[in-house]
Write a protein that binds this ligand. Structure first.
Ligand code: CA
Length: 223
């Protein structure tokens, strides 16, 4: 599941990103409203949920909320702000936010509110990914191959989800590093190959199509 964090405070943004990634979510940060708007309206890969700060430089969170709702963005948006006033909450919810969480917050509660917002939204397509005999339930976090449940660590989950969203594409190591590990550089390790190896061991079984085909010099393809 892809979450966009709209937050100008780099410390808070990195705290939230780390926590979400540890849960196997793909999390990206936009530091201001115009960048967030571009992501929401034009991203090649759609987001499933937004965490929205209100106090942003330039265009405010409220204005962004109003603009993207007017442009037909229907994914859940949770306001995450230090503003605790009832007036702010009422305005935010009336402008189309699904929930309102005030800082400081307990991370467990934020996670529960994310699950709740996604559950109650009308986005059934984003709750389960199915590719051939592979099935990922994005709520229950259950992965299955050919009907058999497979336990995945958070990074393995994020990597498999990325492949399942692009089942026929060759994904380069640099793209995988950027999407799953948020590295915009190659750390010079073989971490991608190591994790692909973990997924192969967990998901490839005799009698089933071998997944994660290496494409020389290019990367990997799911099938
Ligand atoms: Ca702020």
């Amino acid at each position: 599941m892809r979450i966009l964090i709209v937050e100008d405070d780099a410390g808070i943004a990195s705290f939230v990103v780390k926590g979400l990634r540890a849960e196997g979510y793909v999390a990206l940060v936009a530091g201001n409203a115009p960048d967030a708007e571009r992501h929401l309206l034009h991203a090649t890969e759609p987001f499933d949920l937004v965490l929205l700060d209100l106090g942003l430089p330039g265009m405010s969170g409220e204005e962004l909320l109003q603009r993207v709702r007017n442009r037909g963005v229907t994914i859940p948006i949770i306001i995450l702000t230090a503003r605790t006033g009832t007036g702010n909450k009422v305005r935010g919810l009336d402008l189309g936010a699904n929930d309102y969480v005030t800082k400081p917050f307990a991370f467990e509660e934020l996670l529960a509110r994310i699950r709740s917002a996604v559950r109650s939204s009308n986005q059934p397509t984003s709750t389960e990914l199915v590719v051939g005999d592979l099935r990922l339930d994005l709520f229950t976090k259950i992965a299955q191959r050919d009907g058999v449940a497979v336990e995945l660590a958070p990074r393995e989950w994020a990597l498999l989800e990325l492949f399942m969203r692009h089942p026929t594409h060759v994904l380069s190591r640099s793209r995988i590093l950027a999407e799953v590990w948020s590295y915009d550089f190659d750390p010079g390790s073989n971490v991608v190959d190591v994790y692909v190896g973990y997924l192969r061991r967990k998901l490839n079984r005799p009698g089933l199509e071998p997944l994660f085909k290496a494409v020389r010099g290019a990367g990997y393809r799911l099938r």
